[in-house]
Design a protein around this ligand. Structure first.
Ligand code: C2E
Ligand code: CA
Ligand code: CA
Length: 412
């Protein structure tokens, strides 16, 4: 059997044949089915690598077919087609992706043979480039089952928290812009856990301040040891290094800790890191919690030279208010828009507007969750300042991230 088997479901035999002919021209084996029963029979027998699915058929519903595919944990990459218009198609693709289905792309009818050919070729050459649900990389545990407050507090004291670092680049030049620190809990008992497994617990039990201090300490130590100029650094390298930033996520609950600013200023001194190289990322919702206290603290942070970024922009409510009211220096476009940019006109429109909004307020714009080259091209076109995502690199362990950074700075 070849590696490229396309199973087509379309109630219109002519369209089925047309799709089939185009797929054959790019070396796919094909099977055409006209109804769901035949489709699922072929699915089991023939094990296609790809599926072309018509969304709207008179006697059945393409969305239901997708739900069934998800139940069967179908791993074939799916191209959804329909004449219903791109908004509906995009919504269907999103719903499929939320069900865990690998979507290769959407095709609005009438389509040109060229469109379909490109989708098929792309689906084979970049099997990772389609949309998939935003799961954390590797085998990270995300389930917050039965973690107790005491256990987590002890874990922080025992230095079981670790950081991974994800690089960020300047879209225009491709140069390294800096890194974002992302926390992991490497529990001897539970394995490696993602932040979603323990941050909510830390936030609601008064442990977030303790955790944040540990994160700040580790991030600045790593960054200071690897990426700060010292007396042996030549002038060119110093200029490069001075521009790099270390981004750290901050939960709003850390903001009511009045000694926090003194703590980070002190940590910067110890690590030899300039406060202007440090960016604190806040989510919209977290920035909102106590409006007055957060405004005070964030303003004080800025006055010390730290930079501030509004994270996951576009997902919360009241975002405009936050953006205008608080002293941010960067806006981060939420990855849900960016990950779908290459196949969704709507997402591209949202990204463009957020970048323009940021620029008009004098902020730098970063797109996170950049997974394919087409999206990076688009970001360059709209003058987005920075990009972060799997296309460039997944989050890396400290040693690897250091090596990655030095290589990209041309220093090794
Ligand atoms: P975030 O700040 O939006 O971080 C980006 C998340 O997107 C990370 O997930 C990262 O691994 C993932 N990601 C990066 N590039 C891509 C991509 O191209 N595609 C996809 N699908 N995902 C990508 P992670 O590490 O699981 O972190 C989840 C969230 O946990 C973070 O979202 C942040 O809100 C929070 N978090 C992480 N570390 C800390 C921390 O030290 N303190 C606080 N308060 N929150 C943290
Ligand atoms: Ca972040
Ligand atoms: Ca984010």
């Amino acid at each position: 059997m070849t590696e490229k088997r396309l199973l087509i479901l379309d109630d219109d035999p002519l369209i089925g044949k047309t799709i089939g002919a185009i797929a054959r021209s790019v070396q796919f084996d094909i099977q055409i089915t006209l109804n769901a029963a035949d489709f699922f029979a072929q699915l089991d027998q023939w094990q296609p690598t790809h599926i072309a699915l018509d969304l709207v058929m008179p006697d059945m519903d393409g969305v239901e077919v997708m739900v069934e595919l998800a139940k069967r944990e179908c791993s074939a990459r799916i191209i959804i087609s329909s004449g219903v218009g791109t908004r509906v198609l995009d919504a269907a693709a999103r719903s499929a992706s939320e069900h865990g289905l690998p979507i290769a792309g959407v095709l609005s009818k009438p389509f040109s043979p060229q469109n379909l050919r490109e989708l098929l070729v792309q689906a084979v050459s970049h099997p990772g480039a389609g949309i998939r649900p935003g799961s954390p990389p590797g085998q990270l545990g995300t389930d917050p089952v039965d973690i107790t407050v005491a256990e987590f507090a002890a874990a922080v004291d025992n230095h079981e928290l670790e950081l991974v670092f994800q690089p960020k680049m300047h879209c225009g030049t491709g140069n390294l812009a800096g890194f974002e620190a992302l926390v992991r809990w490497n529990s001897p008992k539970r394995g490696l856990l993602a932040p979603s497994a323990f941050i909510p617990l830390a936030e609601s039990n008064g442990l977030i301040g303790k955790m944040t201090r540990e994160v700040v300490r580790m991030a600045l130590h790593w960054f200071g040891a690897g990426f700060q100029p010292d007396s042996n650094t030549n002038t060119d390298d110093s200029a490069l290094l001075e521009k790099l930033t270390m981004s750290i996520n901050l939960s709003a609950r850390s903001l009511d800790d009045s000694e926090f600013i003194e703590f980070i200023v002190e940590q910067c001194k110890q690590a030899g890191v300039a406060t202007s190289s440090v960016v604190f990322e806040l989510t919209e919702t977290s920035a909102m919690e106590d409006p007055v206290a957060s405004l005070d603290l964030l303003t004080r942070l800025r006055m010390k030279g730290f930079k501030l970024s509004i994270d996951d922009f576009g997902t919360g409510y009241s975002s405009m208010l936050q953006l205008v009211r608080l002293p941010f220096s960067e806006i981060k476009v939420d990855r849900s828009f960016v990950m779908s940019a290459s196949r969704s006109e709507e997402s591209r429109t949202v990204i463009r507007s957020i970048v323009e909004l940021g620029h008009s307020l004098g902020l730098q714009a970063t797109a996170e969750g950049v997974e394919d080259e087409a999206t990076l091209q688009f970001l360059r076109q709209i003058n987005c300042d920075m990009a972060q995502g799997y296309l460039l690199s997944k989050p890396l362990e400290s040693e690897q991230a250091l090596a990655w950074g030095l290589k990209h700075l041309g220093r090794v």
